[in-house]
Design a protein around this ligand. Structure first.
Ligand SMILES: NC(=O)C1=CN([C@@H]2O[C@H](COP(=O)(O)OP(=O)(O)OC[C@H]3O[C@@H](n4cnc5c(N)ncnc54)[C@H](OP(=O)(O)O)[C@@H]3O)[C@@H](O)[C@H]2O)C=CC1
Ligand SMILES: N[C@@H](CC(=O)OP(=O)(O)O)C(=O)O
Length: 345
């Protein structure tokens, strides 16, 4: 029987993608939608400015949006996908966990907390068992799992492939990030058209820390962060969806361009509904990946890579992923599938 699920922050950019991905889903039945108090007690179609490229699902359109509070969500909902602003998530997610709900969250609060699993299932599924530590320390019946920042998700599967094959020593990355990453109200057209903005607040530190936690090892009690140095520089450009990243990775063992490409081609996906096969699509063409052409590979869940060149200490390449699917909503849904597969639901 399908697990009953809800979406916290259902009217937002990521919330709408969550609804799209859950309509339908083989494991999950969407029965609850929440948003701010201003949207509560009204039909979803009235309060959501639907901007996703498929029609609003008919049953969802008529659902009543509730406040974002545990007493507003039915008790038989087991899993909540959270796409709230981080300040709100920080306050309400623990309250839901305390009330017994399992929360798969996209918001940036608590990603680096010692007892909160930060997972990309194809990279570090074993970290999910950190939930045992979380339940011991916090006394929750529920649980809180995070997916990383969209720019971090784009590069980490490629780094995991290099680490597995050659050992990872250090990473430099420069991003070209789509406007949807800032949410609907994030960047005005006057700011971004005919322009590029070399600053995205907090993004560089997130990439540098989250990547090391994701690539770290879990010994049953704690996650030991990977000791690679990671340095990021983040830029906003006028694409709609799809973050493109230029990566320079130094490795412990000597790597060739072909060897790096093979390591990524061979990096396995998972037997979960939203995990694409292959996980990483490698291009031979030197001018790929490109956001408009390649962001929907694997239903928006694949990472694409290309432009491999040997460097003095390792390899340089480009990678790309859809920031609101693989980088946000799809990442939360995939974490939900992992929770179900591993018996946490
Ligand atoms: N966009 C992206 O690519 C990515 C986004 N994220 C993260 O996901 C989260 C959501 O982002 P995004 O969808 O772009 O944001 P939006 O601003 O588009 O949506 C925010 C959602 O939260 C609700 N909300 C706002 N304030 C409150 C409140 N006080 N109480 C309850 N609900 C509230 C809004 O409801 P209402 O409509 O009623 O205001 C809306 O449903 C953020 O934390 C963001 O950092 C993470 C990775 C990528
Ligand atoms: N900051 C990212 C999107 C985002 O919301 O990230 P986070 O989940 O870390 O807040 C971007 O602008 O593309």
């Amino acid at each position: 029987m399908a697990v009953r699920v809800g979406v916290l922050g259902a009217t937002g950019a990521v919330g709408q993608r969550l609804i799209q991905l859950l309509d339908p889903h083989p494991d999950f039945d969407l029965v609850a939608l929440t948003a701010s108090d201003e949207s509560a007690d009204r039909p979803y179609r009235e309060v959501a400015k639907w901007r996703v490229d498929t029609p609003i699902p008919a049953d969802v359109a008529e659902m009543t949006v509730t406040r974002t509070a545990p007493d507003a969500v039915p008790d038989d909902v087991e899993l909540l996908f959270s796409s709230l602003p981080s300040g709100v998530g920080e306050r309400v997610e623990p309250a839901f966990c305390e009330a017994g709900y399992v929360v798969s969250s996209n918001s940036s609060n608590d990603r680096n907390a010692d007892d909160v699993p930060l997972t990309i299932p194809e990279v570090n599924a074993d970290h999910i068992d950190l939930l045992e530590v979380q339940r011991d320390t916090r006394g929750w019946d529920g649980a809180l799992v995070k997916n990383p920042n969209c720019s971090t998700i784009t590069m980490v599967p490629t780094l995991a492939a290099l680490d597995r094959a050659f050992g990872l020593e250090s990473v430099h990355v420069a991003t070209l990030q789509a406007v949807s990453g800032a949410g609907y109200d994030g960047v005005t057209s006057m700011e971004i058209i005919d322009n590029a903005i070399p600053h995205i607040g907090g993004e560089e530190r997130k990439m540098e820390s989250e990547a090391r936690k994701l690539l770290g090892s879990f010994d049953g009690a704690e996650v030991r962060w990977h000791d690679a140095d990671v340095a990021a520089s983040c830029n906003r450009i006028p694409t709609l969806d799809g973050h493109l990243e230029n990566v320079w990775a130094d490795t412990n063992e000597t790597v060739t361009a072909e060897g790096a490409a093979d390591a990524m081609r061979e990096y396995p996906s998972l037997d979960l509904h939203s995990s694409p096969d292959p996980l990483i699509h490698v291009f031979e063409e030197p001018d790929r990946p490109q956001p408009r052409l390649d962001r929907m590979r694997g239903g928006g869940m694949a990472v694409t890579a290309g432009g491999f060149r040997e460097t003095e200490g390792g390899v340089q390449y480009n990678c790309l992923a859809h920031n609101t699917i693989r980088g946000a909503a799809g990442a939360s849904v995939l974490n939900g599938e992992l929770l179900l597969n591993d018996g946490w639901l």
